[in-house]
Ligand binder design. Structure first.
Ligand code: ZN
Ligand code: ZN
Ligand code: ZN
Length: 363
């Protein structure tokens, strides 16, 4: 990594009159300096002043890990020992920057934020996302490449799912096998959703003890992290023969997902992409059964901006990456969702998942 992202953050801070950005262990910290800090009760805090040198305040016992990550090549470490008050150290490093607005990373623990506010009673506070959002929402060339690669990695897992779906196996057994396959070319498993039969009607179903039966639709939504970037992809399978009512519903969903993907190009409002999918589903009479937004941004986090949802009038831009994942859920019967990650490009759209989107039969 280079200091380029830190410098871009400083540029945004100067534009928005922010004196300093304070970042605890989080995706933002990984994004800025490549350090996967442990979320401990001991304070780790990256201090980025609008002008001048950033510092990384961290417990002395974590210094070796920070050095291994390469972060200390980018920022001066400021290790504190067990008997010291790290908040005093932060106040000292802030100096004059504390007179401006202080941007606190959105997920810094309240215990630290409140301690900082007590130590700096006259400072004014703004959410760190004011600084981080414009950086993170547009993926640079390196990030796009990582997203392509992690997309390919999850495609490889989906390619092997049909062999795992046999009558009599439980969702949990299938889920364990999938998690193992994810780890073949990811560093971490983020989640494994295996929703069989009526369980497929709950979008975030907890993989459980239900055993697969002949004729079951199975929604498989899986994701992991590879080289710091997330995958997230859903396909629908059927064990054995496809019930005609499921085939009919799925055909609508395929059309809806395709319409939403084709709607993606620079300058189109996020909500128009949502509407492209929703209109197809509503026209077929399933409107009340598409119960979530069409998509979410993805990058160093599984769910991040932009939100592809009604009411978000912001246009999408080249370099944004997000999911397109319409679903139809019929409680008590079955559900279906098709999810791909897409990148907005100057040409329009680039899909990062390539497995067939129709119902895939297994067993
Ligand atoms: Zn989800
Ligand atoms: Zn998903
Ligand atoms: Zn998703």
């Amino acid at each position: 990594m280079t200091t380029e992202r830190l410098e871009r953050a400083q540029g945004v801070m100067r534009e928005h009159d922010v004196g300093a950005l304070l970042v605890g262990p989080s995706a933002d910290l990984r994004y800025l300096v490549g350090y996967e800090a442990l979320p401990l009760e001991r304070l780790t805090l990256l201090i980025v002043p609008a002008t001048g040198e950033p510092r990384l305040v961290l417990p002395a016992l974590e210094l070796a890990r920070a050095q291994d990550s390469g972060a200390t090549d980018l920022v001066e470490p400021s290790p504190w020992t067990e008997t010291e008050d790290p908040i005093d150290r932060v106040v000292t490093h802030l100096g004059d920057a504390a007179a401006g607005n202080l941007a606190v990373q959105d997920r810094l623990w309240t215990s630290f934020t409140l301690a900082l506010q007590r130590a700096l009673p006259s400072a004014s506070w703004v959410p760190g996302s004011q600084v981080m959002r414009p950086l993170r929402i547009i993926k640079d060339a390196d990030e796009r490449q990582r997203l392509r690669e992690v997309g390919r990695a999850i495609d490889e897992v989906h390619a092997q799912v049909p062999a795992l779906l046999r009558p009599g196996r439980s969702e949990r057994e299938v889920g364990r096998d999938i998690a193992e396959l994810i780890l073949e070319d990811h560093d971490e498993v983020s989640f494994v959703i295996v929703g069989s039969g009526p369980n497929g009607a709950s979008p975030h179903h907890e993989t459980g003890d239900r055993r697969l039966e002949e004729g079951d639709p199975v929604v498989v939504d899986i994701g992991g992290v590879r080289a710091g970037y997330c995958s997230d992809c859903t396909r629908d399978y059927v064990v054995g023969h496809v019930p005609p009512s499921y085939a009919q519903m799925h055909a609508v969903l395929e059309e809806a997902q395709e319409a939403a993907v084709q709607a993606v190009r620079p300058g189109v409002a996020a909500e128009a992409i949502d509407a492209a999918a929703r209109d197809v589903i509503a026209a077929a009479g399933y409107g009340d059964h598409f119960i979530h937004r069409t998509g979410h941004g993805i990058g160093v986090e599984e769910h991040e901006e932009p939100w592809i949802v009604a009411g978000n009038t912001e246009p999408v831009e080249t370099g944004m990456a997000f999911s397109v994942e319409p679903g139809i859920y019929l409680p008590g019967r079955f559900g279906a969702r098709i999810e791909d990650i897409v990148l907005v490009s100057d040409e329009g759209v680039e899909r990062l998942n390539h497995r067939p989107r129709e119902i895939l039969t297994a067993g």
